[in-house]
Design a protein around this ligand. Structure first.
Ligand SMILES: Nc1ncnc2c1ncn2[C@@H]1O[C@H](COP(=O)(O)OP(=O)(O)OP(=O)(O)O)[C@@H](O)[C@H]1O
Length: 242
Protein backbone atom coordinates (compact mmCIF):
# COMPACT_ATOMS: atom_id res chain seq x y z
CA UNK A 1 0.00 0.00 0.00
CA UNK A 2 1.06 3.58 -0.68
CA UNK A 3 2.20 4.98 2.68
CA UNK A 4 1.91 8.63 1.72
CA UNK A 5 -0.30 10.30 4.31
CA UNK A 6 -3.19 12.27 2.79
CA UNK A 7 -5.11 13.18 5.95
CA UNK A 8 -3.60 13.49 9.38
CA UNK A 9 -5.65 13.90 12.57
CA UNK A 10 -3.75 14.68 15.75
CA UNK A 11 -5.31 14.72 19.23
CA UNK A 12 -8.67 15.81 17.85
CA UNK A 13 -11.25 16.48 20.54
CA UNK A 14 -14.81 17.78 20.54
CA UNK A 15 -17.02 18.93 23.38
CA UNK A 16 -20.57 20.14 23.23
CA UNK A 17 -20.74 22.18 26.45
CA UNK A 18 -19.84 19.77 29.24
CA UNK A 19 -20.33 16.70 27.04
CA UNK A 20 -17.14 15.18 25.68
CA UNK A 21 -17.90 13.58 22.33
CA UNK A 22 -14.37 12.96 20.98
CA UNK A 23 -11.20 12.77 23.01
CA UNK A 24 -7.65 12.97 21.67
CA UNK A 25 -8.26 10.99 18.49
CA UNK A 26 -5.19 10.64 16.25
CA UNK A 27 -4.88 8.71 13.02
CA UNK A 28 -3.46 8.88 9.49
CA UNK A 29 -5.24 8.12 6.25
CA UNK A 30 -2.97 6.93 3.47
CA UNK A 31 -3.39 8.00 -0.13
CA UNK A 32 -5.37 5.42 -2.11
CA UNK A 33 -6.73 3.42 0.81
CA UNK A 34 -10.22 2.73 2.13
CA UNK A 35 -10.18 3.36 5.88
CA UNK A 36 -13.30 1.95 7.55
CA UNK A 37 -14.61 3.53 10.74
CA UNK A 38 -16.67 1.42 13.12
CA UNK A 39 -18.20 2.20 16.48
CA UNK A 40 -21.44 1.93 18.42
CA UNK A 41 -24.16 4.57 18.05
CA UNK A 42 -23.04 7.87 19.55
CA UNK A 43 -19.32 6.95 19.46
CA UNK A 44 -18.49 10.23 17.68
CA UNK A 45 -18.02 8.98 14.10
CA UNK A 46 -20.15 11.57 12.31
CA UNK A 47 -18.78 14.29 14.58
CA UNK A 48 -15.30 13.34 13.36
CA UNK A 49 -16.48 13.67 9.73
CA UNK A 50 -18.07 17.03 10.54
CA UNK A 51 -14.70 18.28 11.74
CA UNK A 52 -12.89 17.01 8.64
CA UNK A 53 -15.46 18.59 6.31
CA UNK A 54 -15.54 21.82 8.34
CA UNK A 55 -19.19 21.56 9.43
CA UNK A 56 -17.89 21.65 13.04
CA UNK A 57 -14.77 23.12 14.65
CA UNK A 58 -12.67 20.84 16.88
CA UNK A 59 -12.37 21.85 20.54
CA UNK A 60 -8.74 20.71 20.36
CA UNK A 61 -6.18 19.09 18.10
CA UNK A 62 -5.41 19.52 14.43
CA UNK A 63 -6.44 18.02 11.10
CA UNK A 64 -4.18 18.37 8.05
CA UNK A 65 -4.77 17.55 4.40
CA UNK A 66 -1.35 16.85 2.93
CA UNK A 67 0.87 19.64 4.25
CA UNK A 68 -1.98 22.05 4.86
CA UNK A 69 -3.78 22.58 8.14
CA UNK A 70 -7.55 22.67 7.77
CA UNK A 71 -7.96 24.98 10.77
CA UNK A 72 -9.92 28.06 9.78
CA UNK A 73 -10.92 26.69 6.34
CA UNK A 74 -14.69 26.85 5.79
CA UNK A 75 -16.51 23.83 4.30
CA UNK A 76 -16.66 25.23 0.74
CA UNK A 77 -12.90 25.74 0.69
CA UNK A 78 -12.28 22.25 2.06
CA UNK A 79 -14.48 20.97 -0.75
CA UNK A 80 -12.32 22.82 -3.28
CA UNK A 81 -9.19 21.50 -1.56
CA UNK A 82 -10.46 18.01 -2.41
CA UNK A 83 -12.62 16.81 0.48
CA UNK A 84 -15.99 15.41 -0.62
CA UNK A 85 -18.58 13.86 1.66
CA UNK A 86 -21.92 12.15 1.81
CA UNK A 87 -24.46 12.63 4.59
CA UNK A 88 -26.17 9.92 6.61
CA UNK A 89 -29.53 11.27 5.49
CA UNK A 90 -29.22 12.15 1.79
CA UNK A 91 -30.61 15.56 0.90
CA UNK A 92 -30.79 15.67 -2.90
CA UNK A 93 -32.43 18.68 -4.52
CA UNK A 94 -35.81 16.99 -4.88
CA UNK A 95 -37.16 19.30 -7.60
CA UNK A 96 -34.14 18.60 -9.82
CA UNK A 97 -33.15 15.67 -11.99
CA UNK A 98 -30.26 13.40 -11.17
CA UNK A 99 -28.03 15.19 -13.68
CA UNK A 100 -28.97 18.66 -12.40
CA UNK A 101 -28.09 17.54 -8.86
CA UNK A 102 -24.61 16.66 -10.07
CA UNK A 103 -24.18 19.89 -11.97
CA UNK A 104 -24.89 21.92 -8.84
CA UNK A 105 -22.26 19.94 -6.93
CA UNK A 106 -19.76 20.22 -9.81
CA UNK A 107 -20.11 23.96 -10.21
CA UNK A 108 -19.87 24.45 -6.43
CA UNK A 109 -16.91 22.19 -5.88
CA UNK A 110 -14.59 22.73 -8.84
CA UNK A 111 -13.18 25.47 -10.96
CA UNK A 112 -14.47 23.89 -14.20
CA UNK A 113 -16.17 25.72 -17.05
CA UNK A 114 -19.80 24.87 -17.74
CA UNK A 115 -19.02 22.55 -20.66
CA UNK A 116 -16.26 20.82 -18.70
CA UNK A 117 -18.74 20.33 -15.83
CA UNK A 118 -21.29 18.75 -18.21
CA UNK A 119 -18.74 16.28 -19.54
CA UNK A 120 -17.43 15.47 -16.06
CA UNK A 121 -20.91 14.93 -14.60
CA UNK A 122 -21.88 12.70 -17.53
CA UNK A 123 -18.87 10.51 -16.72
CA UNK A 124 -19.72 10.43 -12.99
CA UNK A 125 -23.25 9.30 -13.87
CA UNK A 126 -21.84 6.44 -15.94
CA UNK A 127 -19.38 5.51 -13.17
CA UNK A 128 -22.19 5.46 -10.60
CA UNK A 129 -24.54 3.48 -12.91
CA UNK A 130 -27.02 6.32 -13.01
CA UNK A 131 -26.74 7.24 -16.69
CA UNK A 132 -30.20 5.89 -17.55
CA UNK A 133 -31.67 7.92 -14.65
CA UNK A 134 -30.00 11.19 -15.72
CA UNK A 135 -33.31 12.90 -16.40
CA UNK A 136 -35.27 11.25 -13.60
CA UNK A 137 -36.42 13.53 -10.80
CA UNK A 138 -34.23 12.73 -7.79
CA UNK A 139 -37.32 12.42 -5.63
CA UNK A 140 -38.50 9.32 -7.51
CA UNK A 141 -35.26 7.29 -7.31
CA UNK A 142 -35.10 3.95 -5.50
CA UNK A 143 -33.15 3.77 -2.23
CA UNK A 144 -30.08 2.27 -3.95
CA UNK A 145 -30.16 4.96 -6.63
CA UNK A 146 -30.58 7.68 -3.99
CA UNK A 147 -27.44 6.30 -2.31
CA UNK A 148 -25.67 6.27 -5.68
CA UNK A 149 -26.77 9.86 -6.25
CA UNK A 150 -25.46 10.91 -2.83
CA UNK A 151 -22.13 9.36 -3.75
CA UNK A 152 -22.20 10.81 -7.27
CA UNK A 153 -22.84 14.30 -5.89
CA UNK A 154 -19.78 13.97 -3.67
CA UNK A 155 -17.75 12.73 -6.66
CA UNK A 156 -18.93 15.60 -8.86
CA UNK A 157 -16.71 17.96 -6.87
CA UNK A 158 -13.76 15.73 -7.92
CA UNK A 159 -12.50 14.89 -4.42
CA UNK A 160 -9.18 13.32 -3.59
CA UNK A 161 -10.61 12.33 -0.19
CA UNK A 162 -14.16 10.99 -0.03
CA UNK A 163 -15.98 10.67 3.30
CA UNK A 164 -18.83 8.15 3.19
CA UNK A 165 -21.28 8.23 6.10
CA UNK A 166 -23.30 5.01 6.43
CA UNK A 167 -24.25 4.67 2.80
CA UNK A 168 -25.07 0.93 3.00
CA UNK A 169 -27.82 1.24 5.63
CA UNK A 170 -31.22 -0.11 4.56
CA UNK A 171 -29.96 -1.87 1.43
CA UNK A 172 -30.54 -5.55 0.59
CA UNK A 173 -27.49 -7.80 0.44
CA UNK A 174 -27.46 -7.63 -3.38
CA UNK A 175 -27.75 -3.85 -3.32
CA UNK A 176 -24.98 -3.49 -0.77
CA UNK A 177 -22.76 -5.70 -2.97
CA UNK A 178 -23.41 -3.30 -5.86
CA UNK A 179 -22.50 -0.39 -3.62
CA UNK A 180 -19.29 -2.10 -2.46
CA UNK A 181 -18.32 -2.69 -6.11
CA UNK A 182 -18.86 1.01 -6.77
CA UNK A 183 -16.75 2.05 -3.76
CA UNK A 184 -14.00 -0.29 -4.94
CA UNK A 185 -14.05 1.26 -8.44
CA UNK A 186 -13.78 4.75 -6.95
CA UNK A 187 -10.83 3.67 -4.79
CA UNK A 188 -9.18 2.00 -7.81
CA UNK A 189 -9.32 5.34 -9.62
CA UNK A 190 -7.14 6.84 -6.93
CA UNK A 191 -9.69 8.42 -4.59
CA UNK A 192 -8.87 7.93 -0.91
CA UNK A 193 -11.94 6.93 1.09
CA UNK A 194 -12.93 7.03 4.76
CA UNK A 195 -16.11 5.03 5.22
CA UNK A 196 -18.22 5.02 8.40
CA UNK A 197 -20.44 1.96 8.24
CA UNK A 198 -22.48 -0.28 10.53
CA UNK A 199 -22.96 -2.88 7.78
CA UNK A 200 -19.85 -4.81 8.69
CA UNK A 201 -19.78 -7.23 5.76
CA UNK A 202 -19.86 -4.28 3.32
CA UNK A 203 -16.97 -2.60 5.09
CA UNK A 204 -14.98 -5.84 5.41
CA UNK A 205 -15.33 -6.40 1.65
CA UNK A 206 -13.42 -3.26 0.74
CA UNK A 207 -11.63 -1.66 3.72
CA UNK A 208 -7.83 -1.78 3.73
CA UNK A 209 -7.77 -0.82 7.41
CA UNK A 210 -10.29 -0.27 10.18
CA UNK A 211 -10.43 2.23 13.01
CA UNK A 212 -12.83 1.76 15.91
CA UNK A 213 -14.24 4.51 18.13
CA UNK A 214 -16.01 4.00 21.44
CA UNK A 215 -17.30 6.84 23.63
CA UNK A 216 -15.20 9.27 21.61
CA UNK A 217 -11.92 7.40 21.95
CA UNK A 218 -9.98 5.32 19.46
CA UNK A 219 -9.88 1.77 20.80
CA UNK A 220 -8.39 -0.06 17.80
CA UNK A 221 -6.83 0.58 14.40
CA UNK A 222 -5.22 -1.76 11.88
CA UNK A 223 -5.83 -4.54 9.36
CA UNK A 224 -9.57 -5.46 9.30
CA UNK A 225 -9.20 -9.10 10.39
CA UNK A 226 -6.95 -8.10 13.28
CA UNK A 227 -9.27 -5.33 14.41
CA UNK A 228 -12.44 -7.40 14.45
CA UNK A 229 -10.62 -10.14 16.36
CA UNK A 230 -9.60 -7.60 19.04
CA UNK A 231 -11.24 -8.51 22.37
CA UNK A 232 -12.27 -4.94 23.25
CA UNK A 233 -13.80 -4.39 19.81
CA UNK A 234 -15.76 -7.62 20.14
CA UNK A 235 -17.01 -6.54 23.54
CA UNK A 236 -18.04 -2.96 22.75
CA UNK A 237 -19.12 -3.31 19.16
CA UNK A 238 -20.37 -6.83 18.77
CA UNK A 239 -21.51 -7.42 22.36
CA UNK A 240 -19.35 -10.54 22.56
CA UNK A 241 -17.27 -11.33 25.65
CA UNK A 242 -13.88 -12.70 24.64
N1 LIG B 1 -24.56 19.44 17.78
C1 LIG B 1 -24.55 18.63 18.84
N2 LIG B 1 -24.82 19.09 20.07
C2 LIG B 1 -24.79 18.28 21.15
N3 LIG B 1 -24.48 16.96 21.09
C3 LIG B 1 -24.21 16.46 19.88
C4 LIG B 1 -24.22 17.26 18.69
N4 LIG B 1 -23.88 16.46 17.64
C5 LIG B 1 -23.68 15.23 18.15
N5 LIG B 1 -23.88 15.23 19.49
C6 LIG B 1 -23.72 14.09 20.39
O1 LIG B 1 -22.42 13.58 20.18
C7 LIG B 1 -22.42 12.17 20.30
C8 LIG B 1 -21.77 11.56 19.09
O2 LIG B 1 -22.64 11.75 17.98
P1 LIG B 1 -22.25 11.23 16.52
O3 LIG B 1 -23.40 11.57 15.62
O4 LIG B 1 -20.92 11.75 16.16
O5 LIG B 1 -22.17 9.66 16.77
P2 LIG B 1 -22.02 8.49 15.73
O6 LIG B 1 -20.91 7.64 16.21
O7 LIG B 1 -21.93 9.05 14.34
O8 LIG B 1 -23.40 7.72 15.94
P3 LIG B 1 -24.34 6.92 14.88
O9 LIG B 1 -23.66 5.63 14.60
O10 LIG B 1 -25.61 6.74 15.67
O11 LIG B 1 -24.52 7.80 13.68
C9 LIG B 1 -23.86 11.73 20.53
O12 LIG B 1 -24.06 11.53 21.91
C10 LIG B 1 -24.64 12.93 20.03
O13 LIG B 1 -25.88 13.03 20.71
Amino acid sequence: MNREVLLQARNVSKRFGAVRVLHDVSFDTYRGEVLGILGPNGAGKTTLFNMISGDLKPSGGEIRLGDTTLAGEPPFRRCRMGIGRTYQIPHPYIGMTTFENLLVAASFGSGRTESESYAFCAQVLVDCELADRANTSSGSLTLLDRKRLELARALASDPKLLLLDEIAGGLTEEESKALVALVRRIRDRGVTIIWIEHVLHALMAVADRLLVLNFGEKIAEGPPQEVIANAEVKRVYMGVDA
